[in-house]
Design a protein around this ligand. Structure first.
Ligand code: ASP
Length: 352
C-alpha cells in the first residue's frame, strides 16, 4: 500500500515538472537565427592555421550557454561563406528567407549571423527590402571560435536579448557587436581587428546592452522600403583619385552599367576629366550618384565650378548625401529596378 502511495506521488511529481517545463517553454518567445558564415562561424584550420568556415548553426547556438532560457531558438542555415564573398543576389535570398521566417506569428524577430567585412551593407540591404517590421539583428565576431576569447557567443546572446526586448521593437534592422547597437543605415566597420569595430560616428548608437538589458539612446532613422526585383541591375561603384582621367567611368558606361556610384572627394567633387566622363554617362541615360569618402556630413551642391557638387547636380547627377558609396550602390540598384531607370524618380530616394 505504502509503495503504491510513493508511485502515485512520483507520477504526480513528474507530471508537475513536465507541465512546468512546457509552460515555461511556451512562455518564451521564438527567435529565428539565420546563419550565413563569417568569422563567427570559422575555426582555425589545423593544417594551415588560417580561419575556415567550420561551425554549423547548431554548434553556434550550443556555444552560447543560457540561450535557451531567453528564447526558443530556431536555426536556418542559409550559407557558410566569408562575407568578402557576399553578393547582392545572396542578400536578396537572405531577405526573402528572413521575411518568410518573420511571417510566422509566433516568431518575435530574427538574428542574422554574418561576416563583418560586408555586414554594414548587408544589414542596410535588408533594411531596404524586408517587408516585416519585426526586429532583425545582424551579429558577427572579430575573433573566431578557435580564439582564446571568441566574441561570437556573447554577441549572439546579446542579439537574442535585443530581439526579445521591448526597447528594440521599432529599430528595424540593426548591427550589434560588443554590446553596442547601430542602425543599419548609419553603421560602418571602423577597425579591421578590434572587437569594437562597428560605429555610427556623430549620429551615435541606438543604444547598448548590459547585464542582459537593452538601454535605448535613440530612435532609428526612418526606413525607406523598396521591393526586391527579380533581377538586380548592374550598378558600378568607383572611387575617384588625383589624376583620374575618367576612363573607368567611360568603361562602365560602354560595358552596360545601368547606374554608376562615384566615391568623390570633399563635399562631392570630381576633376574636369571625370566630370566630362560623368556627362557622357548621363547622356546615355545612366543614373550617376556621387558620394564622398569624407565620413561626416556627406555631399553638398557647394561648388559651381567644373566637377563641383552644384554643377554636377545641375547636369543631372544625384548627390548621395551622407550614405557611404557601398550603401548608395545598393539603394541605386533597387531604385533603378523600381523606377525603371527614371532618374527624376530615382533621385527622390536620395533626398536627405
Ligand atoms: N572576413 C570575415 C568576414 O567578413 C571577417 C569577420 O567576419 O569578422 O566574413
Amino acid at each position: 500500500m505504502k509503495a503504491m502511495r510513493y508511485i502515485i506521488l512520483l507520477i504526480c511529481g513528474i507530471a508537475v515538472l513536465v507541465v512546468f517545463a512546457a509552460y515555461s517553454h511556451a512562455e518564451l518567445q521564438t527567435v529565428v537565427i539565420v546563419t550565413t558564415g563569417g568569422t563567427i562561424a570559422e575555426k582555425a584550420d589545423p593544417k594551415t592555421g588560417g580561419a575556415v568556415p567550420a561551425v554549423s548553426g547548431k554548434d553556434l547556438i550550443e556555444a552560447v550557454p543560457g540561450l535557451g532560457k531567453i528564447a526558443n531558438i530556431e536555426v536556418v542555415n542559409l550559407c557558410n561563406i566569408d562575407s568578402s564573398q557576399m553578393t547582392p543576389e545572396i542578400w536578396a535570398k537572405l531577405s526573402q528567407t528572413v521575411d518568410e521566417c518573420l511571417a510566422d506569428p509566433k516568431v518575435r524577430g530574427a538574428v542574422v549571423t554574418h561576416g563583418t567585412d560586408t555586414m554594414a551593407e548587408g544589414a542596410y540591404f535588408l533594411g531596404l527590402t524586408l517587408k516585416s517590421d519585426k526586429p532583425v539583428v545582424f551579429v558577427g565576431a572579430m575573433r573566431d571560435a578557435s580564439d582564446v576569447s571568441p566574441d561570437g557567443p556573447a554577441n549572439i546572446l546579446n542579439a537574442v536579448t535585443q530581439v526579445c526586448s521591448e526597447e528594440a521593437q521599432d529599430w528595424g534592422v540593426t548591427v550589434t557587436l560588443n554590446e553596442y547597437i547601430n542602425s543599419a543605415r548609419n553603421v560602418v566597420k571602423t577597425n579591421s581587428t578590434n572587437v569594437q569595430t562597428f560605429d555610427s560616428g556623430e549620429k551615435g548608437y541606438l543604444g547598448y546592452i548590459a547585464m542582459g538589458k537593452v538601454v535605448r539612446y535613440n530612435d532609428a532613422p526612418t526606413r525607406q522600403k523598396l521591393p526586391l526585383p527579380s533581377n538586380l541591375p548592374d550598378v558600378t561603384f568607383l572611387s575617384t583619385f588625383a589624376g583620374d582621367d575618367g576612363s573607368l567611368v567611360r568603361f562602365a558606361v560602354d560595358h552596360g552599367a545601368k547606374g554608376i556610384v562615384i566615391d568623390a572627394v570633399g563635399a562631392g567633387n570630381v576633376n574636369a576629366k571625370v566630370y566630362e566622363a560623368v556627362k557622357y554617362a548621363i547622356s546615355k541615360g545612366i543614373a550617376v550618384v556621387i558620394t564622398t569618402r569624407v565620413y561626416h556630413s556627406g555631399t553638398w551642391p557647394m561648388y559651381g565650378d567644373q566637377g563641383g557638387g552644384e554643377t554636377l547636380e545641375r547636369d543631372g547627377v544625384i548627390l548621395g548625401g551622407d550614405l557611404t558609396g557601398a550603401k548608395a550602390r545598393l539603394l541605386l540598384m533597387l531604385a533603378i529596378a523600381k523606377e525603371k531607370g527614371d532618374v527624376s524618380k530615382i533621385k527622390t530616394y536620395f533626398k536627405r
